[in-house]
Design a protein around this ligand. Sequence first.
Ligand code: NDP
Length: 472
Amino acid sequence: MPRDVDLFVIGGGSGGVRAARTAAATGARVALAEDRRMGGTCVIRGCVPKKLMVFASEFREQAALARGYGWNAEAGAFEWRKFRARLDAELDRLEGVYRNLLTSSGVTIHDARAQVSDPNTVELEDGTRVSARHILVATGGHPMRPDVPNATLGMVSDDIFKMEELPESMLVVGGGYIACEFACILNGMGVEVTQFYRGPQILRGFDDEARDIVARRMREQGIDLQVNTNVVDVRPAGVDRAEGRFSKQNDNGGSASATGSVVAKATNGAERRFASLLFATGRAPNSKDIGLEMAGVAVDRRGAIEVDAYSQTAVPSIYAIGDVTDRINLTPVAIREGQAFTETVFKGNPTAPDHNLVASTVFTQPELGTVGLTEEAAREQEEIEVYSTSFNPMRTAFGDRPNQVLMKLVVSRASRKVLGCHIVSDGAGELIQMVGIAVKAGLTKEDFDRTVAVHPTMSEELVTMQTPTRAT
Ligand code: NDP
């Protein structure tokens, strides 16, 4: 039966855009619907603006270090409004780039909310129905607030980029990527940051030694990190309530105002006033109200669309990629899933995206770069050797603030393969990208050792560690 298009993509984030462009490049007729800004979470309210905020937040520390080297340097005051104007302009530019990429590839853009109405039909919010040979759901995810009274008084990560001004103090709740990254960013910008994490140590799931160093460095930089602590109640601080500042609601149902003070009650009963509150307590797939149940697409308990290795749902004409499938929720993974979808469906080359040994970095200060197994996970699996060194880097030798980096390899005793690498240092994201190639290639500790060091660098330790720190 003739259809209006060969592919209808719902969602204009990194994964959806990549799939649409690559499919269109095969000659397929492709349409894409996005109901917010083109570019999705990564470009508009995630990785990109976050990384620009990381850069902005680092100058105070750099000015302090410069003084140690003899510069008469002062970072001065950080002007959030000035930064935000630049940020807004950059995001507008990037959104334009994404739109151009789509239109120049021949993809028809619908700036509208779209719903699946049957296995081969998508309905737009104005009632237009588009028939499609294939439908790709790439609707991403959204930040979640915990189930505590008045949780909507707190911001979520989407709101941070829209703050009118920097608050004087902020309570960050959570201990994952987003909580730790924003705790460091805001602290660097001069906000007095308190962080509550409900477990015994932040960054659960990462290598324990690396987590400990990141937590220590965050505290040394002035973040009041409180573990085994959660928020049990939130209420507006009286003074601001009187000024009516909590009447503003944004499209997340929360307050985009950074000036709306709250009183937060912790699990230990302590109550404290904060100028602002950020919930970084996880994300959930955007799978509601897009007609999935009507088409017969199954979602799991968390709302993630169930797909096979080729990103195909139980309905053969419908595929799903990216955060809505809750596999590995990272932009480059969604992009790979989008490309693999095109290979499978439009190039006759069935390709399962490879989710093994994906490197990632938490952009804390210092950064935590990781690929492969943690020491703890590797030890569960087999006998290992651990090569680990932690030291003060040369760059900060003239500074008056403590610093510490970690270079760590987890090695299989049987195969000698490097099973995991964990780096805590400035620039760890750049380093782990390169080490990721070696680990993905299955190189052994002896392959690392054959590589002559680049001196003087921090990462030369990765090819010069001779004696295992621990072995099991
Ligand atoms: P994470 O799942 O990484 O962290 C969520 C945090 O919130 C955890 O510490 C969790 O605690 C805590 N939490 C969950 N529910 C509650 C609750 N009810 N009360 C208190 N604390 C709670 O999610 P994020 O939102 O930080 O990030 C989502 C995903 O986005 C990441 O997993 C990652 O895939 C991606 N991301 C990647 C980045 C990067 O590559 N640099 C940056 C940002 C996001 P517990 O550990 O006890 O479960």
